[in-house]
Design a protein around this ligand. Sequence first.
Ligand SMILES: Nc1nc2c(ncn2[C@@H]2O[C@H](COP(=O)(O)OP(=O)(O)OP(=O)(O)O)[C@@H](O)[C@H]2O)c(=O)[nH]1
Length: 466
Amino acid sequence: MDGLVLYLTKSPAQTQPDEQKDPLLPELHAVLQASDVQLSCVDGVDRAMQLLQQAHAPLLLCLLAPDLDSPLAGARKLFPLAPLCHWILLSNEPEPQPPSPLNRFSQHLSVLPRHSLAPLPELLHKARLRYRHEQAIGRINNQLQQSGGNSAQALQRYTQSVDFLRHLFDTANEAMLATAVNGCIVRWNRAAEHLFDLEPSELSNQCICDIAGDEWQRRMPEVLEQMAQPQHAQLRLELRCRLGNGRDCVLEVKLAQICNNQSALMGLSFFISDISARKQAETELLKLNEQLQQLSFQDGLTGIANRRHFDFALERAWHEARRQKQSLALVMFDLDYFKEYNDRLGHQAGDECLRRVAAGLNSQLHRSTDLLARYGGEEFVLLLPNSGSREAVQLVQNCLAALYNLDLPHPASNIAPSVTLSAGIAAMVPDTELPHSLLAAADSQLYRAKAAGRNGYCAEGPELNH
Ligand SMILES: Nc1nc2c(ncn2[C@@H]2O[C@H](COP(=O)(O)OP(=O)(O)OP(=O)(O)O)[C@@H](O)[C@H]2O)c(=O)[nH]1
């Protein structure tokens, strides 16, 4: 007998089901007779709890009689004592409603009409299976815990053995070699054979310097020499190598001294990994970053420096000029009647014009420190470190001549048949923190040039030649 079925009722205690009292009991008895379970009839939850605490068999089914005042409250009390039990609420209704899914018992609670106990054997069968399954799992867990304890001890013993260290050495992914102080290889693992693509006979007693070409072969003698010094207990390096199979790669090499108990140097250990893929990814990332930086500093339309690039360059040049007490010159260019150009020839022609003007101006710069940038719309700026207004004026004259030679037709201009520029030039030896004053000076000179009729320049600043 491995189970107990409880019939929980409100009626006075019955040690044996009282067939006189409840006409359902004979039928219940008959249904359960075939299943090898004990049927107990108890009144009240407290007595049921007592019975469960003393019972030797687990409670598989609990039938809650319809006369109970609050059957689910009772079930809740019993639940901790019989977590695997299936609860059955007997109802006087001919077609009772199933339990609400919101009820936390709903998974293991059925509602049956009193007059039909047909589903009982099936419910009992399932409850029994569940109980046996839980028991089996408990047993397996116990065994696992026990054997786990034993195997942990065995493992601990094993980790202290030479076999274990040999196993680690042989199965490591990293190539490992041990050499004498002069580099003669005395031991290696399979990963080393694999990495260098060499047979055991090609490693045994060979000099470590000769197992790979290129930087490896060139630098290894000097590395061995270093590692023979007492202060070089460890070393890490990256070496470009050509391996036996002709493959080029980058190897990360970690070396350590092998010393005996008296701290006397006996040999060297090498831990080697192929980091070619990582190195290549790093190089590509670096290149991408450079490209990205270049793009973020470049004007998309004209390909010259953009405003952001100019702002950085101006700040840097300003501080440098201030430190060196040198003059810094700035030119602001603005196309004349460009709105009319766009209106007459179209925006695309306007774009092309901006590109050609930018290229024309840029072609006049010959010092690597000079910078032409698109400041915005149809405005360009020219930054000329270590220049006074005389040099700036000279350069602007060259730029205007270059633009004249480009001869870009401007049918809507009031002042010339081709595209023209106005320029404002300012130069100063910085004496303040920020370069606003230089920008403002160039801008006001540009304003003057526009007011003076366009297609020309105005300038201010030291070394003025105008
Ligand atoms: N095609 C094109 N036009 C641009 C671009 N950026 C700004 N513009 C145009 O440049 C024109 C500038 O007009 P304004 O500021 O009135 O200057 P302007 O017509 O050159 O007159 P002045 O400077 O007084 O000679 C505007 O029509 C803008 O739409 C661009 O990237 N492409």
